[in-house]
Design a protein around this ligand. Sequence first.
Ligand code: NAD
Ligand code: TYD
Length: 367
Amino acid sequence: MKTIIITGGAGFIGSHVVRLFVEKYPEYKIINVDKLTYAGNLANLKDIEDRPNYEFVKADICDFDKMYELMQTRKADGIIHLAAESHVDRSIKDPFTFAQTNVLGTLSLLQAAKLYWESLPEGYEGKRFYHISTDEVYGALELTKPEGDKDGRGPYGDEFFVETTKYTPHSPYSASKASSDHFVRAFHDTYGMPTIVTNCSNNYGPYQFPEKLIPLFINNIRHRKPLPVYGKGENVRDWLYVVDHARAIDTIFHKGRIADTYNIGGFNEWKNIDIVRTLIRVTDRLLGREEGADMDLITYVTDRAGHDLRYAIDSTKLKRELGWEPSLQFEEGIEKTVRWYLDNQDWLDNVTSGDYQQYYEKMYANR
Ligand code: NAD
Ligand code: TYD
C-alpha cells in the first residue's frame, strides 16, 4: 500500500485516523480529502500538517470529476471513507444534505475508484475501499432492563447488534448511511471491488464538534449553561474512545477480509442521564468546583423525533478474528476527554463562533 485517500480527515474521527496513519506509516502517502463543512477543521491536524507524507486537498466527495482526477493523479491504492454529514438532529431538519453527501458522495467516490482501478494492468489487485459506517443503521434495541444490571453482559438488555442484524434505520442520518453501505457492498458484488464496511458505536474524545452530547455538555457545564437532555434521558448509547476506533480502522484496513463487515464497540452501554451526571461530576472536580454542584443545569427538553432507545454493539467477531480490543476503560476515557476540552477552550471557541453559533441558537430557541 503506497497512497491512501482518507475522506473527512478534518472531522472528528477522521482527524484521529489521519494522525495515526501519518505517524505510524511514514512510508505511506496520506491524502486527506475534505470539503471543510462546519464540522471540518484543519486545526484538528495542526501537529502533523507539515509531515512529508501528508497532503490536504479541499474537495467535495460529490464532485465526481475531482474524485476521479485525484485517484489518477495521486495513484491511490486505498480509500478510507469517513466524509459524511453525521449529526442526527441536523438530518431531521435537512435530510437532503444527508442524501447528497452520504449517498451520492459515496457513490461518486466508488465510481471514481472503480474507473481508476479498472484502468490499471493489475486491476483491483492490492486495492481496498474501506467504508466507515455506524451501528445506527441497525435501528434500535429494546430496553428490557431499565434499572440496569451492571454485572450483566448487556446491562440494559440481552440483545445486541451483530454483523448479520437486519438494517432498520429510523433517522434520515441512519437511512442515508444504510443506503451508502448498500452501495459499497453492491460495488463488491457487481464489479468485484475489494470493499470492507465497519459499523461502530458512538465515539467520544478530543476534537468532536460541540453539537454532540459529550463536548456540548462539557462546554455548557463550564459556562454554567443549561444541559438540554432529550426526553427522560433514558436512551442508551454504547460509547467508544475515538482513538480506539482509529486503532480498529488501522487493524481492519490492513488485516480485514475483503467483502466482510466488522462491528466495532467496547461493550460500554450508558443511559444518557448517567453520562450527563458523570460529566457534571468530573467537570466540576477538574474546575475546582464542588463535585456535583452543577446538577441543576440538567434541563429536560422535548424528545428528539424518532429517538432510538438503545444501541448495543457486539464486537466479538473483531476481537476473535483480528485481535482488536479497546485500550481504555470508560472512566479513564471520560476523564481524559473532559480534561482535553477544558484545556482547549480556544478550539471550542473557534468552532462555536460564527455560522454555527447562529445555527445552535435557532435550533434551541423553540425548545
Ligand atoms: P464529523 O461530522 O465530525 O466529520 C465529518 C467530516 O466530513 C468533516 O471534516 C466534513 O468537513 C467532511 N465532509 C462532510 N461533507 C463532505 C463532502 N461532501 N465532501 C468532503 N468532505 C465532507 O463526523 P465524525 O463523527 O468524525 O464521523 C466520521 C464518520 O464516522 C462518518 O461517516 C460517520 O457516519 C461515522 N461514524 C461516526 C460515529 C460517531 O460517533 N461520531 C460513530 C460511528 C460511525
Ligand atoms: P449524539 O451525541 O447526537 O449522538 P447520536 O444521536 O448519534 O447517538 O447524542 C447522543 C445521545 O444524547 C442521543 O440519545 C441524543 C442525546 N442528546 C441529548 O439528550 N441532548 C443533546 O443536546 C444532544 C446533542 C444529544
